[in-house]
Every structure is written in C-alpha cells, then in structure tokens.
Design a protein. Structure first.
Length: 364
C-alpha cells in the first residue's frame, strides 16, 4: 500500500498535471444545493438555534456555506459528484465564508472559522478518496475565497462618492481569518474568485502573502475576476489586461475569469487574458445567460462545445463551470478537452506594466 500524499506531493502533482493536460474544475454549487429542497432546519441543525443565542426569526436558509457544518453529508456528496464527473479540482463550499459576508446571518467569528475549516476538511477527504481510487488522476481541493457584499473601490452611498461601508484593514482581516482556516483544513490551493472589485482582491492577496511571511505554508494562488457585461470590464471598471496588471505581482498559479457571462460572450476576454498573462489561464463560465425566471437553459453539450473551441484555439489551461452548470456539464466539458493540448504559457518581454481602468505598458 502506497503512503498517503503529503501536501507538498499534491502541489507538485498539481503543477505536473497542468503541464500534461487541461485541468477541469467543478461546476455550480448553488444550483445543486437548491435541487436538494432543503428546509430551514437543515441550515440550522442543532447549533444555530435560539438555545445557542440565534434569532430563529432571522432566516438562515439560503446561507449555503453553513451546510459545511449542518449538512456535511450533502457537501461531501457534491464533491463526489463533481470528481466522479471528471473534475480534477473541486472548490470548498466557502464562497461567502468571511466574517463580513456572514454578518448578514449574524454569525460570529468562530462559526465562520468552523465553516472554512470543516469545508476544507470535507473537500480534502473527498479528493483523497478519489485519488486513492484513481491514482493516475489525482484530485485537488481549492479553497474558495469569494467576493464580499461590500466594496472598497465603489461608494456605498450614491450621494457621497467617497463613502465606504468597510475599510481595507477590515477586508484584509476578514480574508486573513478565512485563509488561515482553509489552510488548516488542508486545501491544496486558494481560489480568489468572482472578483468584482480588484482592491478587495488585493486585500485577499496581501492577507495570503503576509501569512506566508509569518510562517503559514505557502500554497498556489488562483485569481479569477468577473467581466460583468459586454463592455469587457469588471464592476470596478478594469479591462482584462488592466486587471492582470493589477494582480500579476502575486505570481499566481493561474488567472482567469468566471461568472456573469456564458462561454460565448466570455471568449474575447479570455482570449485577451491568454495573450498577456505569463501564467496559466483559467475560465469557468455560466451556463449561458439566465432566462426571464432566472434559470439557466444552456445544455451540457452546448457549454462543452464552446469550451472545446477555446481549448483547441490554445486559450486555456483550466476550465470548469459557474452558475447553472451541473455535474453533467462538467462531464461533457471533461470529455471534450481530454485530448486537447493545454495552452502554452507565453514569455513576455520585460516591461513596466501599470494599470488603472486601462493598462499601460512601457517596454525597455
């Protein structure tokens, strides 16, 4: 019997796998949780009740991250479904697990810590089971670090452009708290995702880098922004290249985009990033755009067709799905990219690269 892989082994295997093939991320968590038809009691369990000081008039249903504590069986099942569909990487169910985001549900810092810790442990356990079952295809757990409901770059008051509902230090501390718990729980990499505000993202990057300087085991960082519409800009106003210039100092394992757009509309922005980023490029679009009822109609084979074209055009190294995608979408995607060579990472000339809303480059 072979010895279990250490974290260093897993990180080395992740880098090796990325050179060999296009890696596949999992799909949506929200849509799969909704399909379970869970009740308020499922979200509260015994812990988040009036006996423990929680106001039961305040709805907890919809706080999907809390299921890492109250219904870990469901979260484990979903990891297994995605790994079974062909995903190499599955995210922790911690997209909104920061002290700032969880203020909406009046969760204290210990509860938020436990969500991240248990979420990481669940992903780790599932990944290890699949790696043991299929050692030729190791599985990896990505710590999901999602956006906040408060932004540093945009005003919280339409009548006061300078108004902010949160400070950089508060955002930084919230991300430090999350990162430490995810690391302790055993994730293989961090995924800072669905970035609408690059300054929030920089707070997360600084939290990770500072913790590493203080002795926390370094892990690869994957950074995924969100282009909000056909304008080709993030919500805080940056183009794809400007966004890359803003975060490239983190030397990320991968950079890319997710959410907001389907694969057809996302393609030009992934192509732009593929041209300028001297690291892996990742993309996980929605299953098209939502219909009038907020549902996603794009079939698995349709999503896979778009992503296969990206892969054959040499645009991507990692692919997956965001809102509306299911294990079937991921199964189709994994099948379509299985034999496609991953994008070659370009060597960029040394240059001064700056960014505001637009990029600026000065080559020596």
């Amino acid at each position: 019997m072979s010895r279990p892989m250490t974290r260093a082994d897993r990180i080395a295997a992740l880098h090796a796998a990325a050179k060999e093939r296009i890696l596949v991320l999992d799909g949506s968590w929200g849509v799969m949780i909704q399909r379970r038809g869970l009740s308020e009691a499922d979200f509260r369990a015994d812990r988040f009740t009036s006996v423990n000081g929680y106001d039961e008039k305040h709805q907890m249903k919809g706080n999907n991250d809390i299921l890492c504590i109250t219904r870990p069986d469901i979260i484990s099942d979903l990891h297994d479904e995605y790994y079974g569909a062909g995903a190499d990487i599955s995210e922790t169910n911690t997209f909104s697990a920061t002290t700032i985001a969880q203020e909406d549900y009046a969760l204290d810092a210990q509860a938020v810590w436990d969500i991240n810790l248990e979420g990481a442990k669940l992903a780790r356990a599932s990944a290890d089971r699949w790696t043991e079952k299929e050692p030729h295809k190791p599985r990896f757990a990505a710590g999901s670090i999602g956006p906040l409901n408060k932004m540093l770059s945009m005003s919280s008051d339409v009548n006061d452009p300078g108004a902010r509902s949160v400070t950089f230090d508060q955002v930084y501390e919230a991300y430090r708290h999350q990162v430490k718990a995810l690391n302790e729980g055993g994730v293989d990499l961090y995924l800072i995702e669905t970035i609408t505000d690059t300054l929030n993202c920089k707070a997360a990057i600084k939290a990770i880098k500072d913790l590493e300087d203080e002795g926390l085991e370094p892990l690869p960082i994957w950074i995924s922004g969100t282009i909000t519409d056909r304008s080709g800009r993030t919500l805080s106003g940056q183009t794809a290249e400007a966004f890359w210039n803003s975060v490239r100092h983190a030397k990320p394992f991968a950079v890319g985009f997710n959410c907001a757009l389907g694969a057809d509309l996302m393609r030009p922005f992934i192509a732009e990033l593929s041209r300028v980023a001297d690291t892996l490029v990742a993309a996980y679009p929605n299953a098209g755009l939502p219909n009038a009822m907020g549902q996603y109609d794009e079939e698995p084979h349709e999503t896979a067709h778009f992503i296969e074209e990206w892969a054959k055009a040499g645009l991507v190294n990692i692919v997956g799905g965001c809102c509306g995608t299911t294990p079937e979408h991921i199964r189709h995607v994994a099948q379509e990219v299985a034999e496609v060579t991953p994008r070659a990472v370009p060597e960029r000339p040394v240059a001064l690269r700056l960014s505001g809303l637009e990029p600026f480059e000065l080559v020596a």
